[in-house]
Each structure stands twice: as structure tokens, then as C-alpha cells.
Design a binder for this molecule. Structure first.
Ligand code: ZN
Length: 413
């Protein structure tokens, strides 16, 4: 399943939230249930664990572990059968400070299918399997070669995986006695051509097996003019030939050459990652100084334009840490309510302007989700912009992390 920018953002935030939760003992339960697992089997295991928990000496821990297990079992009753990707449950009494705990539980369907069933009890939740799913799956093909040796591999996220090593029978430049120089050169060229052919075939086998959506490009390294000869000679499948991003001078052509290649192409890789974000931010900056007036920024103005349906692209900084809350009055006979953007759960609420009673939060959601929903309603594209490049950092610092490119000019508010 391919995550949209917003889903990815929400998922990241959820993981951040889960990571911050701790229990006192081992009462935080993480359950990873694959799609083909019987829920009744899981419940049976939890029941057994519940029985075993009776042996825990500390009364507080025992009650807390049993409470978590009970809560997990009743949550499972609501899931007759795992959804297509399986289901993950995080349940347990989490520390909420001031010597208090609170029962926390969340169930979610992960973006990729769960392969392995896991039942895990600890003082924190088990998040690695989910983190792996969220990790970058972008893949790059790697080829390093000279006339004697070649290595083929892939770069997946941050990991380099060598796939194939080839050596040639290309003779050295010095001919043996008795051979005519012309004949020798001819044989040598044929041998080189054959070797390139073998490299091409191996690379085709390796890279065509990767989902074309995941294969972002191919990097080729080696001495000159070998790599250029290989690239220009059409030894790669035409689909792959199109994906050649860069040819880099490197000195090793064994496995270590793959690492050297990735190192040397680092800037190019980072550029690629950020290009999309960069392009849209540049467009925004251009609109900002143009007299067409198709740029808006700041929460109030962008929200106004979203409500008008005038937004084409909504730009949100990934560093935004705000929520949109519905505020209500604690006095039941008072009907005061308003929407408020809050920059932290601890920001004081104050008193009701109508009756003076204490105000409270009726509902609260992440501002990125809140604005993204508005954007969806008017068919605007949402871009969550990284702060790892200049214009991206500027979006956060200079424009409050919220900006928009408009479909048409609107009046300022
Ligand atoms: Zn009131």
C-alpha cells in the first residue's frame, strides 16, 4: 500500500506518540496479528498469560498486568477477523505522571501485511515492525565496473545489498609474443564487449525484478572511459537505460565499490529526494513576488482560502506541532464554544468569556490533519514539506509552516 504524504505524516506522529508512552513494569502489550491468524487463538494465549500473571509477586504489578490483559481481550472481541493487512494492538496502563496510570489502547491496520505474529510485553511498546514498514522503500540500482571486474547491487533506503559479482577474461593490454597486434586488439575488444554484455544481462535480471515504481534510478561507477562505454553501448534494457541517473568516477569495482559509489553520489541522491519539495516551494516563492497574487500564508489566511475553495496546493511544514481544538465551557448551562489553534497541550485555556467558568477541550486534532481535511474537500493537493532544505526551513520559520498556492486571486483578510 502506498501512503499519501498526509497518511505518512499521521503514521509518524502516531509512532512518536506511542514511543513516548511508558509503563511501570512489563504491562504494555504489543500484539502484531497477521491477516491469517485466528483471533480466538490470540485470545486463548492472552487468557493463559492472565493465569500466569497470578504468580507475579508485587500486587501493583500483578493487577496492572492483568488489567492490561483484560483490556486486550475485550478489545479483541471487537475484531471478529483481522483486516487484509492484519491488525496491531497497543494496550496497557501507561504512566501519566503524578503517580498515576491510565489504560491506553489503540488498534490499527498497518500499511503493509504483518508476516509474523508477535506478542510482546515490556515497559514500552514494540514499534520496530511498524517503523520498518514506514522506512523508505525507494530502491536504486548500482553497477560498478572496469574491464576486469563488475559488481551489481541495490541501495534500499539506507542499506546496500550486493547481488552479483562478475569477472572477465579480457586480456591485459600487453600481447603475448607471436600474435599480430591487430588480431590481438580485435580479440581484446570482443572480450570487452562480451563482458559488458554479461554485466548488462545480470543487471537486467536484477533490476527488472524490482517493481518499476520502487526503482528510482540506476547509478554507475567505474573508471573512465569504461563506464561511459558501458552506458553508451546499450547493454542495459531500454527501460533501465532511461533510469541511469549518474556515472561516477570511483576506484573499486568489488563490493566496496558499491559503498564508494553511493558515497560519491550522495548529493545526487539527496537532491532527488528533495526535488519535489523544492520545486513546489520555488513555485510558491515565485507566486509570492509576482503581482498575480496566487500565494497565501499564515494559518488565518490559508484557512480562509481553503474555506473559499481557492487553494490549489496546500504547503505544510513537517515541523508543525500544533493542534486544532474545539473549546467548550464546563458550565453545562452555558453554550459557549469556539475553535482554537493550540501550540501544545499545556497551553492554558482560560475562562469562558460568557459566564466566567473554566473552559475545556471538547475535541482536538493535529493541525496537519485538520487542514488536510479542508484541502481534500476542495480538491487541493497537500504537500508536507521537509525542513532539510533552505526553502523548506523558510516555510516553517518565515511563514508559520502553513502556506498555499491559489487557483485564483482572493482578497486578503
Ligand atoms: Zn460559559
Amino acid at each position: 500500500m502506498e501512503f499519501t504524504a498526509q497518511e505518512k505524516y499521521e503514521f509518524k506522529r502516531l509512532l512518536d506518540n506511542l514511543r513516548s508512552k511508558t509503563g511501570r513494569g512489563t504491562e504494555l502489550i504489543s500484539l502484531y496479528i497477521p491477516p491469517d491468524k485466528q483471533i480466538s487463538d490470540v485470545t486463548a494465549q492472552l487468557r493463559e498469560e492472565y493465569g500466569q500473571a497470578a504468580n507475579i509477586k508485587s500486587r501493583v504489578t500483578r493487577l496492572s498486568v492483568q488489567g492490561s490483559l483484560e483490556s486486550a481481550m475485550s478489545r479483541l472481541k471487537l475484531i471478529p477477523k483481522p483486516p487484509p493487512n492484519g491488525v496491531v494492538l497497543f494496550i496497557g496502563s501507561v504512566d501519566v505522571g503524578a503517580n498515576k496510570t491510565e489504560m491506553y489502547s489503540v488498534a490499527l491496520e498497518p500499511p503493509d501485511p504483518i508476516i509474523t505474529y508477535r506478542y510482546h510485553c515490556d515497559s514500552s511498546f514494540l514499534l520496530e515492525p511498524l517503523e520498518e514498514m514506514l522506512a523508505d522503500k525507494k530502491t536504486f540500482g548500482l553497477i560498478v565496473l572496469d574491464r576486469r571486474e563488475a559488481t551489481i547491487g541495490v541501495l534500499k533506503g539506507k542499506y546496500i545489498e550486493p547481488l552479483k559479482h562478475l569477472t572477465s577474461t579480457v586480456p591485459g593490454k600487453q600481447r603475448k609474443g607471436g600474435q599480430s597486434s591487430h588480431r590481438f586488439q580485435q580479440l581484446r575488444l570482443i572480450a570487452i564487449h562480451d563482458f559488458y554484455g554479461r554485466i548488462g544481462e545480470s543487471a537486467n535480471d536484477a533490476f527488472l525484478a524490482i517493481d518499476p515504481k520502487d526503482l528510482q534510478g540506476i547509478l554507475i561507477g567505474g573508471p573512465s572511459p569504461t563506464k561511459e562505454e558501458f552506458i553508451d553501448g546499450g547493454f542495459l534494457h531500454h527501460e533501465l537505460q532511461r533510469k541511469v541517473l549518474d556515472a561516477v568516477d570511483i576506484s573499486y569495482t568489488d563490493e566496496s565499490g558499491l559503498y564508494e559509489l553511493v558515497d560519491a553520489a550522495q548529493d545526487r541522491l539527496l537532491d532527488l529526494e528533495l526535488t519535489q519539495d523544492k520545486l513546489v516551494m520555488r513555485r510558491f516563492m515565485k507566486e509570492l513576488v509576482s503581482d498575480k497574487g496566487l500565494a497565501a500564508y499564515g494559518e488565518m489566511e490559508v484557512r480562509h482560502n481553503l474555506e473559499l475553495g481557492a487553494v490549489e496546493v496546500l504547503l505544510l511544514s513537517e515541523d508543525l506541532r500544533k493542534t486544532r481544538a474545539q473549546i467548550a465551557c464546563t458550565n453545562r448551562s452555558c453554550d459557549f464554544s469556539e475553535s482554537q489553534t493550540r501550540s501544545g497541550a499545556s497551553a492554558p485555556l482560560g475562562n469562558c468569556p460568557k459566564c466566567g467558568s473554566q473552559l475545556c477541550i471538547a475535541s482536538e486534532e493535529d493541525i496537519v490533519s485538520d487542514l488536510s481535511k479542508l484541502a481534500d474537500q476542495c480538491g487541493a493537493t497537500v504537500k508536507i514539506i521537509s525542513s532539510e532544505f533552505e526553502e523548506g526551513a523558510q516555510l516553517y520559520k518565515a511563514f508559520g509552516g502553513i502556506a498555499a498556492i491559489l487557483r485564483y486571486k482572493t482578497s486578503h483578510i
